[in-house]
Ligand binder design. Structure first.
Ligand code: PLP
Length: 404
């Protein structure tokens, strides 16, 4: 079935979830195999050991029907030609960067990105002779990209909304500037998901996902995706992923496919719950500042409204009393789990400075607004009143304990 004209929610269910062509099994079986038996040498030659379209299969590191099915699903949701799965979000990001960059090249990256991405770009790429410049790209700072670009700039890398400050980068402008200078624009779309934002339609060349998060939604696997044109993505597969070997397993691909089928309905509830939680926190006397793009007070609110369908389920906030207060709060919640990661059906709370962004120096964190006392929430799809009650009792506990 051609799913291109179907709505997002219908596409999420049907694209890449076709019945098994050999048995008719309604839910395709998981192809849990490392290798594939060839009918004859002619077929082995035709398999080519590099065919990403999956006409023939030879070896799971080169391609597997279950992994290809989830690739088709994600490509359909991002309105892209191609998708390549990786063993983790970082696996997708590092593969997409290393497949394009060579010694002597330059990359311009936003300083507001996931801590692991920031560390890789700033500390690891220079070890291979790749120069990196990190700058603020949020709001009007998007013009900083132009100033930072050099004749050898191959990639401009941004994340929007970014982890954990929820700052917004103008993707359309970033793409125009990157292309003016002859570079590709990469966008990490993990926080927004293709349901809320489609960077390729705004001009991006490559979209990256930690599928560990909202796409899977249930916190039971780690995975990543690279999405873009056939030309770029197939090159990343053939020239790099096959030899680096950080592929997604067929078992994880099958779980992920199932998770993605409910992405649209989950995101609707994540967004409406988060909006109510953000309003509650914004009006609470124990909260100094709430970072949520859905609040009018957020500096990226208008831009988020323009390039996103809704504002997502993530937020950060600074509690009165600094780190000490944040520690008490995180130890006092009952419904929330104190855990890094995000995008699960259940609500998670974490301390960004010591958890998701521990690989950044304190100086780099402070420069992008990650205060030591800042707490990040991934709002789940539980009954919103119960989420709010949990935060309320934890905030009251902080107030009593610190006599504020
Ligand atoms: N991108 C973003 C925005 C993230 O939040 C994360 C992880 O938290 C990653 C990428 C890395 O993904 P993974 O943990 O699946 O490697």
């Amino acid at each position: 079935m051609d799913t291109k004209k179907l709505s997002f929610k219908t596409r999420a269910i049907h694209a890449g979830s076709e019945p098994d062509p050999t048995t008719g099994s309604h839910v395709a079986p998981i192809y849990r195999t490392s290798t594939f038996v060839m009918k004859n040498v002619e077929e082995a030659i035709a398999a080519g050991y590099g065919d990403t379209e999956g006409k023939y299969y030879a070896y799971t590191r080169y391609g597997n029907p279950t992994v290809h099915a989830v690739q088709r699903k994600i490509a359909a949701l991002e309105n892209a030609e191609a998708c390549l799965m990786a063993a983790s979000g970082m696996g997708a990001i590092t593969t997409a960067l290393l497949a394009v960059l060579s010694a002597g090249d330059h990359i311009v990256a936003a300083d507001t990105v996931y801590g692991g991405t920031f560390g890789f770009i700033k500390n690891i790429l220079p070890r291979f002779g790749i120069e990196a410049t990190t700058i603020s790209t949020i709001g009007n700072n998007v013009e900083n990209i132009r100033k930072a670009m050099k004749p050898n700039t191959k990639i401009v890398y941004v994340e929007s909304p970014c982890n954990p400050t929820l700052a917004i980068t103008d993707i359309k402008k970033a793409a125009e500037i990157a292309h003016d200078g002859g570079a590709l624009l990469y966008v990490d779309n993990t926080f927004a998901t293709p349901y809320l934002q489609q960077p390729l339609s705004l001009g991006a060349d490559i979209v990256l996902h930690s599928t560990t998060k909202y796409l899977n939604g249930h916190g039971d696997l780690v995975g990543g995706a690279i999405v873009g044109s056939k030309k770029l993505v197939h090159k990343m597969d053939a020239d790099f992923m096959k030899w680096m070997g950080g592929i997604m397993s067929p078992t994880d691909a099958a779980s992920l496919s199932k998770g993605i089928q409910t992405l649209g309905i989950r995101m609707d509830v994540h967004c409406s719950n988060a909006r109510k939680v953000a309003e509650f926190l914004d009006n609470h006397h124990m909260v100094e500042k709430v970072l949520y793009p859905g609040l009018k007070s957020h500096p990226g609110h208008e831009l988020a409204k323009k390039q996103m369908k809704d504002f997502g389920g993530m937020m950060s906030f600074n509690v009165r009393g600094g780190f000490e207060a944040g520690k008490i709060l995180m130890d006092s919640v009952k419904l929330f789990s104190l855990a890094t990661s995000l995008g699960n059906v259940d609500s998670l709370i974490q301390h960004s400075a010591s958890m998701s962004h521990a690989s950044m120096s304190k100086e780099d964190r402070e420069a992008v607004g990650i205060a030591d006392g800042q707490v990040r929430l991934s709002i789940g799809i539980e009954e919103v009143e119960e989420i709010i009650q949990d935060l309320d009792q934890a905030l009251n506990h902080v107030e009593n304990k610190l006599n504020l």
